[in-house]
Design a binder for this molecule. Sequence first.
Ligand SMILES: NC(=O)c1ccc[n+]([C@@H]2O[C@H](COP(=O)([O-])OP(=O)(O)OC[C@H]3O[C@@H](n4cnc5c(N)ncnc54)[C@H](OP(=O)(O)O)[C@@H]3O)[C@@H](O)[C@H]2O)c1
Length: 225
Amino acid sequence: MGSGTWCLQKRDSFRSDSLSGNENVPETGCLSIIVLGASGDLAKKKTFPALFNLYCQGFLPPDEVHIFGYARTKISDDDLRNRIRGYLVNDRSASPSEDVSKFLQLIQYVSGSYDGAEGFQLLDKEITKHEISKSSQEGSSRRLFYLALPPSVYPSVCRMIRKYCMNKSDLGGWTRIVVEKPFGKDLDSAEQLSSQIGELFDEPQIYRIDHYLGKELVQNLVINV
Ligand SMILES: NC(=O)c1ccc[n+]([C@@H]2O[C@H](COP(=O)([O-])OP(=O)(O)OC[C@H]3O[C@@H](n4cnc5c(N)ncnc54)[C@H](OP(=O)(O)O)[C@@H]3O)[C@@H](O)[C@H]2O)c1
Protein backbone atom coordinates (compact mmCIF):
# COMPACT_ATOMS: atom_id res chain seq x y z
CA MET A 1 0.00 0.00 0.00
CA GLY A 2 1.03 3.63 -0.44
CA SER A 3 2.99 5.51 2.16
CA GLY A 4 0.44 8.28 2.39
CA THR A 5 2.77 10.88 0.93
CA TRP A 6 2.11 12.51 -2.42
CA CYS A 7 3.74 10.61 -5.18
CA LEU A 8 4.54 11.65 -8.72
CA GLN A 9 5.19 8.83 -11.08
CA LYS A 10 5.05 8.24 -14.76
CA ARG A 11 2.19 6.08 -15.96
CA ASP A 12 3.67 4.28 -18.95
CA SER A 13 0.40 3.94 -20.77
CA PHE A 14 -3.30 3.68 -20.16
CA ARG A 15 -3.14 -0.09 -20.40
CA SER A 16 0.00 -0.94 -18.47
CA ASP A 17 -0.96 -0.27 -14.84
CA SER A 18 -3.56 -2.95 -14.35
CA LEU A 19 -1.93 -4.12 -11.10
CA SER A 20 -2.74 -7.59 -12.29
CA GLY A 21 0.68 -8.93 -11.49
CA ASN A 22 0.75 -10.15 -15.05
CA GLU A 23 1.18 -7.24 -17.41
CA ASN A 24 0.75 -9.53 -20.41
CA VAL A 25 -2.89 -10.26 -19.63
CA PRO A 26 -4.94 -8.23 -22.12
CA GLU A 27 -7.86 -6.11 -20.94
CA THR A 28 -10.90 -7.85 -22.27
CA GLY A 29 -13.50 -7.54 -19.53
CA CYS A 30 -16.33 -5.07 -19.37
CA LEU A 31 -15.95 -1.64 -17.80
CA SER A 32 -18.21 -0.34 -15.04
CA ILE A 33 -18.00 3.37 -14.29
CA ILE A 34 -19.49 4.24 -10.92
CA VAL A 35 -20.27 7.90 -10.21
CA LEU A 36 -20.60 8.34 -6.45
CA GLY A 37 -22.55 11.46 -5.52
CA ALA A 38 -24.60 11.05 -8.70
CA SER A 39 -27.39 13.23 -7.33
CA GLY A 40 -25.07 16.25 -7.07
CA ASP A 41 -24.06 19.29 -9.05
CA LEU A 42 -20.65 18.12 -10.26
CA ALA A 43 -22.08 14.83 -11.50
CA LYS A 44 -24.89 16.36 -13.52
CA LYS A 45 -22.99 19.36 -14.88
CA LYS A 46 -19.57 17.85 -15.51
CA THR A 47 -19.15 14.13 -14.95
CA PHE A 48 -22.09 12.71 -16.90
CA PRO A 49 -21.66 15.23 -19.76
CA ALA A 50 -17.95 14.27 -19.94
CA LEU A 51 -18.90 10.60 -20.12
CA PHE A 52 -21.45 11.45 -22.80
CA ASN A 53 -18.71 13.14 -24.84
CA LEU A 54 -16.55 10.03 -24.54
CA TYR A 55 -19.53 7.92 -25.57
CA CYS A 56 -20.19 10.08 -28.64
CA GLN A 57 -16.53 9.77 -29.64
CA GLY A 58 -16.72 5.97 -29.43
CA PHE A 59 -14.57 5.56 -26.30
CA LEU A 60 -17.36 3.92 -24.28
CA PRO A 61 -18.68 1.07 -26.44
CA PRO A 62 -22.20 0.22 -25.20
CA ASP A 63 -21.54 -3.51 -25.36
CA GLU A 64 -18.64 -3.17 -22.88
CA VAL A 65 -19.54 -0.25 -20.66
CA HIS A 66 -22.15 0.29 -18.01
CA ILE A 67 -22.51 3.38 -15.83
CA PHE A 68 -23.79 3.37 -12.26
CA GLY A 69 -24.90 6.40 -10.28
CA TYR A 70 -24.74 6.05 -6.50
CA ALA A 71 -25.94 8.46 -3.79
CA ARG A 72 -28.20 8.57 -0.72
CA THR A 73 -31.11 10.36 -2.40
CA LYS A 74 -33.88 7.92 -3.18
CA ILE A 75 -34.61 8.28 -6.87
CA SER A 76 -35.24 5.87 -9.73
CA ASP A 77 -33.04 5.19 -12.76
CA ASP A 78 -35.36 7.39 -14.83
CA ASP A 79 -35.29 10.20 -12.26
CA LEU A 80 -31.49 10.30 -12.54
CA ARG A 81 -31.63 10.17 -16.34
CA ASN A 82 -34.11 13.05 -16.40
CA ARG A 83 -31.92 15.13 -14.07
CA ILE A 84 -28.92 14.87 -16.37
CA ARG A 85 -30.65 14.78 -19.78
CA GLY A 86 -30.78 18.58 -20.10
CA TYR A 87 -27.06 18.91 -19.45
CA LEU A 88 -26.26 16.47 -22.25
CA VAL A 89 -28.08 18.44 -24.90
CA ASN A 90 -27.32 21.98 -23.73
CA ASP A 91 -24.13 22.72 -25.65
CA ARG A 92 -24.53 19.84 -27.98
CA SER A 93 -27.20 20.74 -30.47
CA ALA A 94 -25.17 18.66 -32.94
CA SER A 95 -25.80 15.48 -30.87
CA PRO A 96 -28.69 13.51 -32.25
CA SER A 97 -31.30 12.80 -29.56
CA GLU A 98 -30.88 9.11 -30.39
CA ASP A 99 -27.33 9.32 -28.96
CA VAL A 100 -28.67 10.90 -25.77
CA SER A 101 -31.31 8.18 -25.32
CA LYS A 102 -28.86 5.36 -25.95
CA PHE A 103 -26.34 6.89 -23.55
CA LEU A 104 -28.95 7.35 -20.83
CA GLN A 105 -29.95 3.70 -21.13
CA LEU A 106 -26.41 2.76 -20.04
CA ILE A 107 -27.04 4.43 -16.68
CA GLN A 108 -28.45 2.69 -13.64
CA TYR A 109 -28.96 4.18 -10.19
CA VAL A 110 -28.27 2.60 -6.81
CA SER A 111 -29.15 4.34 -3.57
CA GLY A 112 -27.21 3.91 -0.34
CA SER A 113 -25.21 5.62 2.36
CA TYR A 114 -21.50 6.49 2.18
CA ASP A 115 -20.50 4.60 5.30
CA GLY A 116 -22.73 1.52 5.52
CA ALA A 117 -22.20 -2.00 4.21
CA GLU A 118 -25.71 -2.41 2.85
CA GLY A 119 -25.51 0.17 0.05
CA PHE A 120 -22.08 -0.94 -1.13
CA GLN A 121 -23.03 -4.61 -1.04
CA LEU A 122 -26.02 -3.76 -3.21
CA LEU A 123 -23.77 -1.74 -5.54
CA ASP A 124 -21.35 -4.66 -5.82
CA LYS A 125 -24.26 -7.00 -6.56
CA GLU A 126 -25.52 -4.76 -9.37
CA ILE A 127 -22.04 -4.34 -10.88
CA THR A 128 -21.47 -8.10 -10.71
CA LYS A 129 -24.85 -8.72 -12.33
CA HIS A 130 -23.82 -6.47 -15.20
CA GLU A 131 -20.44 -8.21 -15.51
CA ILE A 132 -22.10 -11.62 -15.65
CA SER A 133 -24.60 -10.40 -18.26
CA LYS A 134 -21.62 -9.45 -20.45
CA SER A 135 -20.05 -12.88 -19.88
CA SER A 136 -17.06 -11.12 -18.42
CA GLN A 137 -14.75 -13.65 -16.82
CA GLU A 138 -14.51 -13.03 -13.09
CA GLY A 139 -11.46 -10.90 -12.39
CA SER A 140 -11.17 -9.58 -15.92
CA SER A 141 -13.56 -6.69 -15.49
CA ARG A 142 -12.66 -3.09 -14.81
CA ARG A 143 -14.24 -0.92 -12.15
CA LEU A 144 -13.73 2.83 -12.14
CA PHE A 145 -15.09 4.76 -9.14
CA TYR A 146 -15.46 8.51 -9.62
CA LEU A 147 -16.00 10.39 -6.34
CA ALA A 148 -18.23 13.39 -7.19
CA LEU A 149 -18.52 14.00 -3.46
CA PRO A 150 -17.33 16.37 -0.74
CA PRO A 151 -13.84 15.28 0.43
CA SER A 152 -15.20 14.75 3.95
CA VAL A 153 -16.71 11.45 2.80
CA TYR A 154 -13.76 10.22 0.69
CA PRO A 155 -12.23 8.13 3.52
CA SER A 156 -15.42 6.26 4.39
CA VAL A 157 -16.35 5.77 0.74
CA CYS A 158 -12.86 4.45 -0.07
CA ARG A 159 -13.07 2.05 2.89
CA MET A 160 -16.43 0.75 1.64
CA ILE A 161 -15.14 0.32 -1.93
CA ARG A 162 -12.05 -1.49 -0.65
CA LYS A 163 -14.15 -3.80 1.52
CA TYR A 164 -17.11 -4.57 -0.74
CA CYS A 165 -16.64 -3.45 -4.34
CA MET A 166 -13.20 -4.44 -5.61
CA ASN A 167 -12.72 -6.35 -8.83
CA LYS A 168 -12.50 -9.93 -7.61
CA SER A 169 -9.24 -11.23 -9.00
CA ASP A 170 -6.45 -10.42 -11.33
CA LEU A 171 -7.17 -11.60 -14.85
CA GLY A 172 -6.26 -8.25 -16.39
CA GLY A 173 -9.05 -6.47 -14.53
CA TRP A 174 -8.60 -3.60 -12.13
CA THR A 175 -10.22 -1.19 -9.67
CA ARG A 176 -9.40 2.52 -9.79
CA ILE A 177 -10.68 5.58 -8.03
CA VAL A 178 -10.85 9.15 -9.29
CA VAL A 179 -10.98 12.04 -6.84
CA GLU A 180 -11.73 15.61 -7.78
CA LYS A 181 -10.16 18.66 -6.18
CA PRO A 182 -10.38 20.17 -3.55
CA PHE A 183 -8.31 17.52 -1.77
CA GLY A 184 -8.83 19.04 1.65
CA LYS A 185 -8.69 22.71 2.58
CA ASP A 186 -4.97 23.16 3.29
CA LEU A 187 -1.70 21.21 3.16
CA ASP A 188 -2.35 19.37 6.45
CA SER A 189 -5.84 18.24 5.52
CA ALA A 190 -4.69 17.32 1.98
CA GLU A 191 -1.87 15.18 3.42
CA GLN A 192 -4.23 13.57 5.88
CA LEU A 193 -6.70 12.75 3.10
CA SER A 194 -3.91 11.43 0.90
CA SER A 195 -2.66 9.25 3.73
CA GLN A 196 -6.13 7.82 4.43
CA ILE A 197 -6.70 6.97 0.77
CA GLY A 198 -3.13 5.71 0.41
CA GLU A 199 -3.72 3.15 3.16
CA LEU A 200 -6.47 1.58 1.06
CA PHE A 201 -5.24 1.81 -2.54
CA ASP A 202 -1.94 1.61 -4.31
CA GLU A 203 -0.81 4.85 -5.91
CA PRO A 204 -1.40 3.71 -9.52
CA GLN A 205 -5.03 3.01 -8.62
CA ILE A 206 -5.62 6.62 -7.52
CA TYR A 207 -6.34 9.39 -10.05
CA ARG A 208 -6.53 12.97 -8.79
CA ILE A 209 -8.03 15.45 -11.18
CA ASP A 210 -8.72 19.15 -11.35
CA HIS A 211 -10.80 19.97 -14.38
CA TYR A 212 -10.24 23.68 -13.82
CA LEU A 213 -6.46 23.29 -13.72
CA GLY A 214 -4.92 26.21 -15.53
CA LYS A 215 -8.28 27.90 -16.15
CA GLU A 216 -7.28 31.25 -14.64
CA LEU A 217 -3.88 31.07 -16.29
CA VAL A 218 -5.51 30.57 -19.68
CA GLN A 219 -8.06 33.34 -19.03
CA ASN A 220 -5.22 35.71 -18.23
CA LEU A 221 -3.33 35.02 -21.44
CA VAL A 222 -3.04 38.02 -23.67
CA ILE A 223 -2.98 37.04 -27.29
CA ASN A 224 -1.31 39.43 -29.72
CA VAL A 225 -2.23 38.95 -33.35
N1 LIG B 1 -19.98 21.41 -8.92
C1 LIG B 1 -18.86 21.65 -9.60
O1 LIG B 1 -18.89 22.12 -10.76
C2 LIG B 1 -17.52 21.33 -9.00
C3 LIG B 1 -16.36 21.73 -9.68
C4 LIG B 1 -15.11 21.39 -9.17
C5 LIG B 1 -15.03 20.68 -8.00
N2 LIG B 1 -16.15 20.33 -7.32
C6 LIG B 1 -15.99 19.56 -6.09
O2 LIG B 1 -16.58 18.28 -6.30
C7 LIG B 1 -17.20 17.83 -5.09
C8 LIG B 1 -18.68 17.58 -5.34
O3 LIG B 1 -19.27 18.81 -5.77
P1 LIG B 1 -20.83 19.04 -5.95
O4 LIG B 1 -20.99 20.43 -6.41
O5 LIG B 1 -21.42 17.95 -6.77
O6 LIG B 1 -21.33 18.91 -4.44
P2 LIG B 1 -22.77 18.58 -3.89
O7 LIG B 1 -23.79 18.68 -4.97
O8 LIG B 1 -22.95 19.40 -2.67
O9 LIG B 1 -22.57 17.08 -3.39
C9 LIG B 1 -22.64 15.95 -4.25
C10 LIG B 1 -23.51 14.90 -3.58
O10 LIG B 1 -22.85 14.47 -2.39
C11 LIG B 1 -23.82 14.24 -1.36
N3 LIG B 1 -23.45 15.11 -0.24
C12 LIG B 1 -23.43 16.45 -0.20
N4 LIG B 1 -23.00 16.90 1.00
C13 LIG B 1 -22.73 15.80 1.73
C14 LIG B 1 -22.25 15.59 3.05
N5 LIG B 1 -21.95 16.60 3.86
N6 LIG B 1 -22.10 14.32 3.49
C15 LIG B 1 -22.40 13.29 2.67
N7 LIG B 1 -22.86 13.43 1.42
C16 LIG B 1 -23.03 14.66 0.96
C17 LIG B 1 -25.19 14.59 -1.94
O11 LIG B 1 -25.79 13.38 -2.40
P3 LIG B 1 -26.85 12.55 -1.54
O12 LIG B 1 -27.39 13.41 -0.48
O13 LIG B 1 -27.89 12.12 -2.55
O14 LIG B 1 -26.05 11.40 -1.07
C18 LIG B 1 -24.86 15.44 -3.15
O15 LIG B 1 -25.81 15.30 -4.17
C19 LIG B 1 -16.96 18.93 -4.06
O16 LIG B 1 -15.83 18.61 -3.33
C20 LIG B 1 -16.73 20.17 -4.90
O17 LIG B 1 -15.93 21.11 -4.24
C21 LIG B 1 -17.39 20.65 -7.80
